[in-house]
Design a protein around this ligand. Structure first.
Ligand code: SF4
Length: 364
């Protein structure tokens, strides 16, 4: 009888879509290298030996949040010693003229006014006009809609009018009611997350998507999550990328240890094979670490995110990766894998292909 890898190879060669059962069998497959090779072939058919990165800055304007999700090490309450709230001045001060993307997500702040969010974007665009703002997860968009009594369409349109380019993919965690009830019972579930992304896509605002794995979810829940994203992508075509995020145990310790690298690589590879309608699969170096992220470029990933600048959410959960990488280091990291670095913007437009030996001086 043919092995699962042989069966999946046959399907891919015949342009047949993989099923839930195929994906579950792949998670059980022992031949991780064979799985990686297959995902790499699929990635190469689309991107050849290119690997994308972006000169970006992550800003988390406050960790004060009205919720207290069980798996979250980042959020806190006002008045606690670790609580912080940035002013708009402190936010724009973090920006650099070379940046192409600013990625903004935060806690669900209890008091900030709607005008504050709009002014924040206005100030960012004034400071760095060419920057693309990728901001606020579906959880935050839902919060703004309810708190400020605006429709989701109004929230998105008003944010776009002051500079929003795209939504990040966070907040989805895993689309399982069982896990939601256990880890984040007061946060929106799958139907609302998907609805908000559907609305964004309808308005022409592209978005990313994520999966938080390696805590209490099962392989079935992981696969179902990925398939629900594939279904929405069939409908809208608005997702740019899928980003598997390895859970960082930190102090919440839903599980004692982070998933092993093989599990990270399998998840990237299976995502590439299942998500035949997604252009980009990202190996996020902040959660995977530089080493696994670079190997993942041979397991189906075509993107390793960016310079970041200052990551607070995963590092609040004791992520072992650095808080920032330079452009030079990203170029080197990609080149070391034998891939060609491609600098992109937040919307995946190509800005520069590093197919020569020269490397730009690092950006801090
Ligand atoms: S996961 Fe998000 S919504 Fe939940 S506590 Fe953390 S910051 Fe708040």
């Amino acid at each position: 009888m043919a092995s699962i890898l042989e069966r999946v190879t046959h399907k891919i060669e015949n342009h047949e879509r993989l099923t839930r059962e195929d994906a579950l069998a792949l998670f059980q497959a022992r031949d991780v290298i064979g799985l990686g090779r297959l995902a790499d072939q699929v990635k190469r058919a689309r991107w050849a030996d290119r690997a994308h990165f972006v000169i970006n800055r992550q800003i988390n304007p406050s960790n004060v949040c009205v919720l207290s999700c069980r798996f979250c090490d980042f959020a806190t309450k006002r008045g606690r010693p670790n609580a912080y709230e940035m002013t708009i001045h402190e936010i724009v001060e973090r920006l650099h003229p070379d940046l192409r993307e600013v990625h903004i997500v935060a806690g669900l702040h209890p008091d900030w006014k709607w005008e504050f969010y709009l002014d924040m974007f206005r100030a960012i665009k004034q400071r760095v006009p060419q920057i693309q703002i990728k901001a606020w997860t579906a959880v935050e968009i839902d919060y703004f809609s309810k708190k400020f009594r605006l429709s989701v369409e109004d929230v998105l349109e008003q944010l776009r009018a002051v500079g929003l380019s795209a939504l990040p993919g966070g907040g989805a965690e895993v689309f399982s009611e069982r896990v939601r009830k256990a880890l984040f019972p007061f946060k929106i579930g799958a139907p609302r997350w998907l609805e908000i992304h559907r609305i964004a896509h309808r308005l022409g605002i592209p978005t990313n998507s994520t999966l938080l794995y390696g805590h209490m979810e099962t392989y079935e829940e992981r696969v179902d999550h990925i398939l629900r994203l594939r279904e929405l992508q069939d409908e809208t075509g608005g997702f740019m990328s899928f980003i598997p995020l390895a859970y960082q145990p930190g102090k919440t310790q839903v599980v004692a240890r982070q998933t092993p690298a093989t599990e990270d690589l399998k998840t990237v590879a299976i995502a590439r094979l299942l998500l035949d309608n997604f252009p980009h699969i990202k190996a996020y170096w902040v959660t995977m670490g530089e080493e696994s992220a670079s190997v993942a470029l041979h397991f189906g990933a075509d993107d390793i995110d960016g310079t970041i600048g200052e990551e607070r959410i995963m590092h609040a959960a004791d992520a072992a990766s650095p808080v920032s990488l330079t452009r030079g280091r990203l170029v080197e990291l990609i080149r070391e894998t034998g891939c060609v670095p491609v600098e992109r913007d937040a919307l995946y437009h190509t800005l520069r292909v590093y197919d020569d030996a020269a490397c730009e001086s690092p950006v801090s």
